[in-house]
Design a binder for this molecule. Sequence first.
Ligand code: RFL
Ligand code: PHB
Length: 397
Amino acid sequence: MQTQVAIIGAGPAGLMLAHLLHLAGIESVVLEARSREYVESRVRAGVLEQGTVNLLNTTGLGERMRRVGLLHHGIELAFAGKRHRIDMQALTGDAVTVYAQHEVVKDLIQARTLSGGEIIFDAANVGIHGIDGNSPVVRFEKDGSLQELHCTYIAGCDGFHGICRPSVPKGVLTTYERIYPFAWLGILADAAPSQDELVYMNHDRGFALFSMRSPKVTRLYLQCDPDDDIKNWSDDRIWDELLLRFRCKDGWLPNVGKITQKSITPMRSFVTEPMQYGRLFLAGDAVHIVPPTGAKGMNLAVADVRVLAQALAENFETGSKTLLDRYSEICLRRIWKAQRFSWWMTSILHKFPEANPFDQRRQMAELDYVTSSQVASQSLAENYVGLPMDVPDRWSN
Ligand code: RFL
Ligand code: PHB
């Protein structure tokens, strides 16, 4: 088999890259280790930045999102038993859209299928070879038989546990990492959201987040021990803990309903530099992880491949490598700002086991400041709705 760009991974990064390349007239093949059913039902992110929403709309993917996505003009930060609204629309002119990541993935797979593009699901033992030469090749097994895909470039969009990042020779990449002393226990519940906007709660017993997926489904998270096992959390225990943490002085609480999904996710900040080596370009969770408190992970994945698609298109159209050579540098500048924001949101909202009384009072002062100062609220809002892309591209509007 032969293609222009071999894309490893059918998450938001890989699928969006395939879509943008297709629009630019560039051929690609997507290789995915899991089944279509699996990737279409994997419960993950939910908040789309304005720029991600605009990109889905301008590239013909926005129809279902516009119909069932939920437009949010603000968020709430709650502490000391009180909720405080940050009016993102008034502060920035922009908003975010709550639309599940796996729905974006479904829309991307459907667009790919309709355009006749190839996605090979259930690809086993994927390995990449010759990335430092001129003719890289991807070897994999499909239905028990060994296959080869020859290509001009490889895009490593295979997530944090993928094989592309570890395929770069030792000594080339530098990793920056912070692991947090807590995790998030997340649930989906068949319960109508009890209000229209997200609530980020700092509580003495730990952080909690109220979010949603539809007018009938509530999404909730609570800070837990990183070594905890989901088996220790019966549905009753989860609700008891959530209701304790969300109780506000005004009596507001989430609605309770049947829990349909629950899992624990560890929290880390992680960046690998550079994001390219030879003919391999890494994108999304394969090169950076943010703690989910800033709702940035999927948006960063989409932003990376936007730069990559533009750079690959320039290369295939004109032979120029100017943008391709600058791929890491362009992406990393914005990625580090999203890292900073995600770390900061995490630091003001969670209970840190090592925090002393001074740290606790300082944290409250920070929340008080950010919810009472217009410039501080505006800074939060500007980051939450998404910083602008550094280099305008053909999909900017
Ligand atoms: P993905 O989605 O992990 O996709 C990688 C794909 O590669 C496949 N793969 C392989 N394929 C072939 N060969 C191999 N050897 C392979 N190894 C792996 C995998 O099966 C998979 O299909 O990475 P991508 O595309 O970079 O997308 C990143 C996002 O998924 C991630 O950043 C977000 O989910 C993070 N995130 C959030 N992001 C947001 O923007 N807003 C949010 O509100 C938000 N909330 C969250 C989140 C992530 C969470 N968890 C569960 C980690 C909330 C949570 C709880
Ligand atoms: C979600 O709805 O899954 C969600 C919302 C906001 C976050 C993280 C996750 O910061």
